[in-house]
Design a protein around this ligand. Structure first.
Ligand SMILES: O=P(O)(O)O[C@@H]1C[C@H](O)[C@@H](CO)O1
Length: 315
């Protein structure tokens, strides 16, 4: 535990170091069939649990500009990603890159203040390593949040979306964290994904939304992931609209695949930070500043909602 050090050039220099002294770089992590072994993840989980007192059952991944949820955590213990051996380190503004352990509304939690993305140069296995680490630390339920562009024409900037399903567009090009050797200790070779987003937690979320009078700006819908880092073209947005996507982003899906693979319950929420451009030759353009600004303005609502859902969760 300590304050953050200067950030290493993680993509180039860091990698899993194995018992035999070889590193993930020599094992080509990032290649199509790379894998991080169960023992590697066990080692990382053990390392973290030796530092913190907290034993979290709930994990929360905070998306772009949404990390302030950590301010609600009591008795917090913080570890910057760059102090955890072999952990991928966030390189994008709006992602502090810290694990925050503690108590949120009476529940033991671990928050990821920021994530990593494939567009930063990490493999899907690397971006999802924290999810497997959480699993081996005892986390049973994962909350995933993200900033996303609104595809659904009824969505306004600042609205929120409970994720009911996703479209793994990145998977169409083979970018899937479950590609490679399968270790049954994590989960099965062919995991089902038809009930990826836990129905009971979604029902609870709707109840909480009603109680908090948030119904005017909280929707439910389908999230899709493209790798980025560019925002979508007009034709891509029209395509997403046609196939039934409500909001689009550059994360979350790999984390959910890995969490479901290892038997976690998953709940997901998007903050609609911008509405996508669907008119050719429009003057408007998407940009990361707008994403962060909407986060600054609206994240308080999302934090309150997530904290209350966690408070009312059965375990
Ligand atoms: O980590 P998330 O998915 O919240 O971040 C979104 C997608 C890009 O990283 C970035 C674009 O502004 O925000």
């Amino acid at each position: 535990m300590s304050s953050s050090k200067s950030r290493p050039d993680n993509v180039e220099r860091r990698g899993i170091t194995f018992d035999d002294g070889s590193s993930s770089k020599s094992r080509k992590i990032g290649g199509a069939f790379s894998s991080v072994t169960y023992e590697d993840v066990q080692k990382i989980a053990k390392h973290i649990l030796a530092i913190v007192k907290c034993r979290p059952k709930i994990g929360v991944i905070c998306g772009s500009g949404l990390g302030q949820l950590a301010e609600l955590v009591e008795d917090s213990e913080t570890i910057p990603y760059n102090e955890i051996p072999d952990f991928p380190v966030s390189t994008v503004p709006g992602h502090a890159g810290k694990l925050v352990f503690g108590t949120l509304k009476g529940k033991s939690v671990v928050l990821m203040q920021g994530r990593t993305h494939s567009y930063e140069g990490y493999s899907p296995q690397q971006t999802t390593l924290p999810v497997r680490t959480m699993k081996l630390m005892g986390v049973e339920t994962l909350f995933v949040t993200n900033a996303a562009g609104g595809i659904n024409r009824n969505f306004k900037v600042g609205d929120m979306m409970i994720i009911k399903d996703h479209m793994n567009l990145a998977g169409f090009s083979g970018m899937n964290p479950l590609v490679g050797p399968n270790d049954e200790r994590f989960g099965p070779r062919f995991p089902p994904m038809s009930r990826a987003y836990d129905l009971d937690i979604r029902k609870l979320a709707h109840k909480v939304v009603k109680e908090m009078n948030y119904t005017d700006f909280v929707h439910e819908g389908v999230y899709s992931m493209m790798v980025g880092p560019n925002f979508e073209t007009v034709t891509e947005c029209k395509f997403l609209h046609t196939i039934g996507v409500d909001a689009t982003g550059m994360s979350t899906v790999p984390e959910v695949l890995v969490a479901k693979h290892c038997g976690m319950r998953v709940f997901g929420m998007s903050l609609i930070t911008n509405v996508v451009i669907m008119e050719f030759d429009s003057e408007a353009t998407a940009n990361h500043e707008e994403v962060l600004e909407t986060g600054r303005q609206r994240s308080k609502y999302m934090q309150k909602l997530i904290a209350t859902i966690i408070e009312k969760l059965d375990s």
